[in-house]
Design a protein around this ligand. Structure first.
Ligand SMILES: [Zn+2]
Length: 452
């Protein structure tokens, strides 16, 4: 029964004892016939007895000191070069210091539960390289195969570490040594999570990764979602000429909200000759101006109108605020909000109303700059509104990537970082596919004792 509780195939428990420090000492020996690894002959000639102490998983939270007694046997075959050999079991192969199930458990803790190899090593009483090796083996098996085809691809940048600076001793200037970035590729339409990472964040870095994919994979990409970043736009143009590019609409609205803030700050400075502070009516509505029009309560709406209608400074802010809402009008006809897919002409029509408004109020220079930026990205905005593809999933996975780096207190090794981040981003999706080796169940039978 004790052997069944220990649950190591081919190992029989002979004695178990509780130590003063709460640990459990378990004495066990390997059972069954032992075959020579050289010639596979079964031998019974005992050369000596050895006691090994492999690390094993905890038992109900308690640490186990496993004393494994093994026989060293002499090979019975006369001309076998092996000489002697020790007994072994699948969980405790020759020369093993850690049971296979502990390695599997430690690797699982990192790959599946997201704790760091260092933390797992501490808890399990084994070394960092052992845990990392077990994790890398599991992770590479999951991540190893080429990414499957995706129709919607997300590209985003991710800072992989602090920038490093050095002071030049001759000139006294501060020189940047390294600014470490990763370009990340995400599956936005399926459940593959992060597809891969490339070191650096230039157009060439992104193109290089895309060039590594098969032509069939590149042809399958229909829409690519990016932030408003020309670097990745040119990489997509070069490597995926047939894909449409959608710009993330969150960043478009963010740009308009920023323009409203710029106008508000300038107007306050012109009116009071100083920066805004609590008590200024224009300052008091700054968060209301950032809200979506449809989310404002009637009272708050009245408050904005009252504040902005009072003088010419307020009216400038109002012009920018209306421009923001006109831009949002164009974005809000996407299917997620209206329930029906719009056509390109509808979107461009509403964008035209926005441009028209900016042109009519050209004295607010911030609006001219905003309209210029929007018109440069018009095709990508229209694609985003029509297809409804957003970079939201990229951003959420990017957050996981940042969290992973924080848990690790930074990474020295970029390859390890990429592996850890990718496994974290695919956790719960790809890694849950059934494993090729089915677990066998051991049935424990107990003798029934008659009462009395
Ligand atoms: Zn032999």
């Amino acid at each position: 029964m004790a052997s069944a509780l220990l649950g190591i195939e081919g190992v029989t428990v002979t004695e178990a004892e509780e130590e003063a420090d709460g640990r459990l000492s378990v004495w066990a020996r390997i059972t069954g016939p032992a075959a020579c690894p050289g010639c596979a002959t079964i031998s019974e000639r005992v050369h000596e007895w050895v006691v090994t102490r492999p690390r094993d998983v905890r038992y109900g939270g308690r640490e186990i000191c496993l004393f494994l007694v093994k026989r060293r046997l002499e090979c019975a075959e006369e001309d076998c070069p092996q000489g002697t050999f020790t007994e072994w079991a699948p969980q405790v192969p020759p020369r093993c210091a850690i049971t296979r199930r502990l390695l599997e458990h430690a690797g699982n803790e990192v790959a599946g539960r997201g704790i760091t190899p260092a933390e797992s090593a501490r808890h399990n009483g084994i070394s960092w390289p052992s845990v990392h090796g077990a994790f890398a083996g599991q992770a590479d098996e999951i991540l190893g195969d080429e990414p499957g085809q995706v129709s919607h691809l997300g590209i985003d940048e991710h800072r992989r570490g602090r920038p490093r600076w050095r002071r030049d001793t001759d000139t006294g200037e501060t020189v940047q040594l390294a600014d470490r970035w990763h370009t990340c590729f995400y599956d936005l339409s399926g459940n593959q999570g992060m597809l891969g990472q490339a070191e650096g964040r230039t157009s060439d870095d992104a193109s290089y990764w895309l060039a590594g994919a098969t032509p069939a994979w590149r042809d399958a990409v229909r829409v690519v979602a990016i932030d408003m970043c020309t670097i990745y736009l040119s990489a997509v143009r070069r490597m995926l000429p047939r894909a449409q590019v959608a710009v993330d609409l969150f960043h478009v609205v963010q740009l308009a909200v920023k323009a409203v803030g710029d106008v508000r700050r300038r107007a306050i400075r012109e009116k009071y000759g100083r920066r805004g502070k609590a008590g200024d009516p224009e300052y008091g509505i700054k968060h209301l101006l950032e809200q979506n029009l449809e989310n404002l309560s009637p009272d708050n709406f009245a408050k904005i109108i009252e504040t902005l209608d009072s003088d010419r400074h307020g009216q400038q802010i109002a012009l920018a605020w209306i421009a923001k809402e006109k831009l949002r009008d164009a974005l809000n006809i996407r299917a997620r909000i209206t329930g029906s897919t719009p056509c390109g002409r509808q979107v461009r029509g509403r964008l035209f109303a926005f441009y028209d408004w900016c042109a009519q109020n050209e004295r607010v220079t911030e609006l001219i700059v905003l309209a210029g930026t929007i018109s440069r990205w018009e095709d990508q905005i229209v694609t985003a509104v029509i297809t409804g593809v957003t970079n939201a999933r990229s951003e959420s996975l990017n957050r996981i990537a940042k969290l992973e780096a924080r848990h690790a207190y930074g990474f020295r090794n970029p390859a390890n970082q990429r592996r850890r981040v990718r496994i974290a981003c695919t956790r719960g999706t790809r890694r849950n596919k059934p494993s090729p080796t089915a677990k066998t169940t051991h049935i424990v039978t107990m003798q029934q004792h008659a009462p009395g």
